[in-house]
Design a protein around this ligand. Structure first.
Ligand SMILES: *Cc1c(COP(=O)(O)O)cnc(C)c1O
Length: 460
């Protein structure tokens, strides 16, 4: 799904005094108007309630840049922003279509998305969610986050295998028409919650507008000044949302696109060659360890003036040869990548310069921002998407700050807490004492059976 045309934000003056959830329903209504303003208002209220702090997206200043803290949701990373509202949008759509079947969301996760989706879908009526994670393939904290998950409609299974096994299993289920029609007889439909879902993309536009308004309010910029936006990228969803904000009329100068050692996108913007046929590195910013960036297709569609043939051709080549070439670029993007050492240096520098601690994902964006300043003497303000709490990646942060790294991740949290002069977030602190609710460890071949049990139990 892509918008046929970009709706306009209208005069920023009219948006200046909106709360986060009011701004959310305003922007969503520009795209999902068939749902209606009342429903979107209700969905936004439910999504951005006391799961978030009073200031849903705080902004931290750092000279001519500001960090847009997108990580104050339940799972301490920016995916909460969209996954908190997606279930409400899905439910509203089902109601609009008068579809009374139950929806089961299937997710294969390498760690973060699974937990964010579980929190978003928890206890939402008529929706259930099953998450598969690779046993041994996620961190101790990530595993605890998932197996202690509360909610009567949440199901979690560890897979004996790696992430690819889990992912393949889910894909096989999604493409098994016989199995799906069996489920339909029991009044169930399957759906996914991955980052190409338009119901995840559009809610991400909101915080860029909100951040811009915040900069006006605190006097950093004047109304209609243009800013740069720097985003750490994996599947290109978050940066695409910034591009959408721009197309809607938000004054954006450059999009600064940051990668880690998996620098497929940096190479693409530098050379015009998208080459996914390379080794995948496991880095300290694991949510960006991606070789095929699934939202890039949308971006290329928009910048090629909706040239469907060109996109089809490129995507066909990507599927067949793991590679395609592209010749249509504007000068509105700047891409750079950060090595592990660059990430550590950025964490340290931001701490020393601003007494402020950032996580490894955000550090890639800070590094790219500095690279950009080196290349172009630009005195415009830059908004940096801060995508995860440093507490989520405490070991790398401690190491970057030349501190001792304990074996026990919970000890790391204590050390970081002292350093940051901030409490460990409750959702991490409580993990150790929470009861384990999900104990299933299954083979990839048992993934359908796991669903059958869910459907059986829920129909009892
Ligand atoms: C998912 C994620 C990213 C990458 O976002 P995309 O929308 O996939 O580009 C960056 N940082 C963190 C912490 C994430 O969880």
């Amino acid at each position: 799904f892509i918008p046929e045309e970009f709706p306009k934000l209208g005069d920023i003056d009219n948006l200046m005094n909106l709360s986060y959830d009011e701004l959310s329903s305003y922007i969503l209504n520009l795209y999902f108007d068939e749902l209606g303003e009342d429903i979107l208002r209700e969905a936004s209220k439910k999504a951005y309630d006391d799961k978030f702090p009073e200031e849903v997206v705080p902004v931290k200043m750092a000279d001519k840049a500001a960090f847009l803290e997108l990580y104050h949701g339940k799972t301490l990373a920016f995916k909460d922003m969209a996954l908190s509202i997606l279930p409400h949008l899905l439910k509203a759509s089902l109601k609009l279509k008068k579809d009374d079947r139950k929806v089961l969301i299937l997710v294969a996760t390498s760690g973060d998305t699974g937990k964010a989706a579980l929190e978003g879908f928890k206890d939402i009526e008529d929706l259930s969610i099953a998450v598969y994670f690779p046993d041994g393939g996620v961190s101790e904290v990530q595993k605890l986050q998932m197996i202690t998950q509360r909610g009567d409609n949440t199901y979690v299974a560890a897979i004996e295998g790696n992430f690819d096994d889990a992912q393949r299993g889910v894909k096989e289920i999604f493409t098994d028409e016989n199995y799906k029609s069996e489920l339909e007889k029991k009044s169930y439909i399957l759906s996914s919650a991955n980052s190409i879902n338009i119901g995840r993309l559009i809610p991400q536009v909101v915080y860029y507008v909100y951040g811009y308004i915040n900069l006006i309010k605190n006097g950093s910029i004047e109304k209609s000044d243009s800013i740069n936006i720097a985003v750490p990228t994996g599947n290109f969803g978050n940066v695409l949302a910034a591009y959408y904000a721009k197309r809607m009329g938000l004054p954006v100068n450059k999009l600064i696109i940051a990668s880690n050692d998996n620098r497929v996108l940096t190479d693409f913007f530098d050379t015009g060659k998208y080459d996914s046929d390379r080794e995948l590195y496991l880095t300290s910013s694991p949510s960006m360890d991606i070789l095929v960036s699934s939202n890039l297709e949308r971006f290329l569609y928009h910048i090629s003036d909706s040239n469907e043939e060109k996109i089809k051709d490129a995507m066909k080549k990507l599927n067949r040869d793991k590679l395609f070439e592209w010749d249509l670029f504007s000068d509105e993007e700047f891409a750079a990548s950060a090595s592990e050492e660059d990430i550590s240096k950025s964490i340290k520098k931001v701490y020393e310069d601003f007494d402020y601690i950032i996580d490894p994902h955000t550090a890639t964006a800070y590094h790219a921002y500095e690279k950009y300043l080196e290349k172009e003497k630009d005195d415009k303000f830059t908004l940096i998407a801060s995508t995860a709490s440093p507490f989520k990646f405490s070991n790398k942060v401690l190491e970057s700050l030349d501190m001792e790294v304990p074996d026990d991740e919970f000890m790391s949290l204590e050390l970081l807490s002292k350093k940051m002069k901030a409490e460990i977030p409750l959702s991490l602190r409580e993990l150790k004492s929470m009861p384990i609710r999900h104990k299933d460890i299954i083979k990839p071949s048992e993934m359908r059976g796991f669903i059958d049990e869910i459907v059986g139990d829920e129909n009892d």
